[in-house]
Structure formats: C-alpha cells, structure tokens
Design a protein around this ligand. Sequence first.
Ligand SMILES: Nc1ncnc2c1ncn2[C@@H]1O[C@H](COP(=O)(O)OP(=O)(O)O)[C@@H](O)[C@H]1O
Ligand SMILES: [Mg+2]
Length: 357
Amino acid sequence: MHLSQLRLQNFRCFEAADLQPDPAINVITGDNASGKTTLLEAIYFLGRGQSFRQSGPRPAIRAGENAFTVTAEIAVPDGRSHRLGVSRDKRGIRYRRDGNSDTSRIDLINTLPLQMVGPNVHRLLEQGPRYRRHFLDWGVFHVEHAFFPAWRRFRRALKQRNRALKARLPKADIVVWDAELVRAAEIVDASRRAYIDHLYNNLPAQAAKLLGDEPIVLEYDCGWRGEDGYGAALAAGLDQDTRAGFTQQGPHRADLRVSIASAAARDWVSRGQQKILTTAMLLTQARLLHARRHVQPVLLIDDMAAELGVRYRQVLAEEIASLGGQCFLTFLEPQLVPDVIKQGAMFHVERGAVTRG
Ligand SMILES: Nc1ncnc2c1ncn2[C@@H]1O[C@H](COP(=O)(O)OP(=O)(O)O)[C@@H](O)[C@H]1O
Ligand SMILES: [Mg+2]
C-alpha cells in the first residue's frame, strides 16, 4: 500500500503542489521553513484526518485563502487504488474516499495506515500515559479486530457513568453501567495484552539493532488496581469516584512504559537514544502490521538526522530501507542523507515549491 500521487492546494505555504512519490523511499530536503514538515503534515491528514501540529486544521489553510484540499491516490496490493481527500473550509473538515462524502476518520485510518516520527516523539517516553496509550492502541486497532468495537462500547458506557457521577445521582444509577464497562474493558484489555505479547517478542531485537547492547523494559499497566478484575476495582473505588465526580480506574487509564534498562538505573536517556528507541517502537509496529495483516504502513520521519550522530543515522537508514514499505524522510541538508536511502526519489522544497531531483 503506497501513495502513488499527492496533491496539495492552498495548504500552508503551498499554493499548489503535485508529487508522484516513489513506492519505497522518498527523501525531502530543504532549508528551514521551506515546507518539509508541511508535506508530511498533508500526508498525515490523509491517514489520520487531523494534524500532528497542536493548532488544529484551521491554520493549515494558506493565509488569505478560504479552504485547503489534500488528495492522494493510494495504490493497494491487489492492484486496485483508492482516492483519498481531506478538505477544510470555514464550515469544517471533510473527508472523501473514492468520491464518497460519507467518509469517516476511521475509513481514512483503515485506508492509509501511517506512522510518524515527528518533533514531539520524545513525549512517548517523557510525558504522561496518553501518548503511550495512543501508540499502543494504534497497533492494537490495526492488528486485533475485537478491539475497536469494544473500545467504542467502553467509551459510551464510561461517558454515561461519568455523567451520573458528576450529577451526583444515587449509587444505583452509577453502578448500573458497571457490567457493560467490565464486559467491554475485558476485551480491550485482552486485545492490548495479546498485542503487547507480540511487541515483547519483536521489540527487543529491533531495538538491539538500533541501540546496540542496551536491554529495554516494557511494563504494561492495565489501568485498574487489584488482582480481582475490573468489576471488583470499580466496586472498591466507588466512594472515591463519587467524591472525584468521574471514573478513576479503567482501560482509559492504561499505560505502557518503555525504558532502557541501564538508563532507568542512571535516570536519564539522551535525546538521541530517546529518538532511536521510539523509532524502534514504531518500526516494530510497522513490521507487526505487515506480518499479521500484510499491510505496510507508510512511515513519515521528520528531520531524520536531528539529534543523531553518523552511526545512529546510518543504522536507522538501513533499518528503514529493509522495511520495504513506503517512507517519507525529511532532511535539512542533502549531505545528511545516508547513502543507503539515496536510491529513492529525492525531492527538494523551496518556498512552497517542490522539485524532483
Ligand atoms: N497557513 C499558512 N499560510 C501560509 N504559510 C504558512 C501557513 N502556515 C505555515 N506557513 C509557512 O509555511 C512554511 C513552511 O513551514 P514548515 O513546513 O514547518 O517548514 P520546514 O519543515 O521546511 O522547516 C513556513 O515558512 C511557515 O511560515
Ligand atoms: Mg520542519
């Protein structure tokens, strides 16, 4: 699965851009503020329906214009293709697949699975569990098909229970949601555990290739306390939930902590190591998706050379090349591009214009 064509209209600094990407490696070089991250952002919009930048989709409309459109042709392995589009105007954002305006974000995610290593990748290790849950659930979503319907049911029941807690309704009106929460949570938890087993089996080898002899540690926290299951945890936490006005335990609080064993002991990891470790996590997910579902996600790596010395750049480039999927990699300077990925298509951006080298 890969993008065979990408078109941007009035997207940030691009008035119009049209690219025919390589099915494997695409290298994008350009000076600061030339539009490299913006190209990745446009692809990200197609696969996720939203931006990875904090500001939301509105500011992505080119200054002075009323709307942006990003479209792409997605070639799928059986020889067919899909046309994806995302557009945004004053009224809101719209998604299209094969001309169908009744397209949801989930349709985009399913049609164009993609992973991004961006400037915020450190959050995965450094910040709260939300980013790690997001990382985990991306993989679980694509690989464990029982996950998403159960997750959706869980979110609905949780909303109702929290509403009852917030309104200080009698206990009977709160615990009435518990059975549904427990049923859904058990499926969510089992799907996550099954996926984490695969991560356990594959991540250390991937990380070892990139980081060398640095054992890594994965710790899963299911989001509730005690050994007697979620139902018991909900019952035991009811008084606390009533005081807090929301449900404090559950799979919505799960976490997957990842660390380098020796670094945990010395209490720090260098920025470069963080970037390599998080990239190893994403590459492992890409390999798992391919092994389990025969789908190669598109990989976006922004400013690949940043924070990495020659050796890390070299091994990372070799790993990316060996994946075999489509990737888009940006670099500030052509000299920073490792040789093994120079075989791909080279694009150069300059003030909102893309040329193929
Ligand atoms: N809505 C917008 N309209 C016009 N230009 C924009 C808009 N948003 C961002 N830009 C400009 O787009 C340029 C490209 O930014 P970016 O893709 O982050 O560059 P790079 O990653 O190459 O450093 C910047 O000069 C920025 O000012
Ligand atoms: Mg950038």
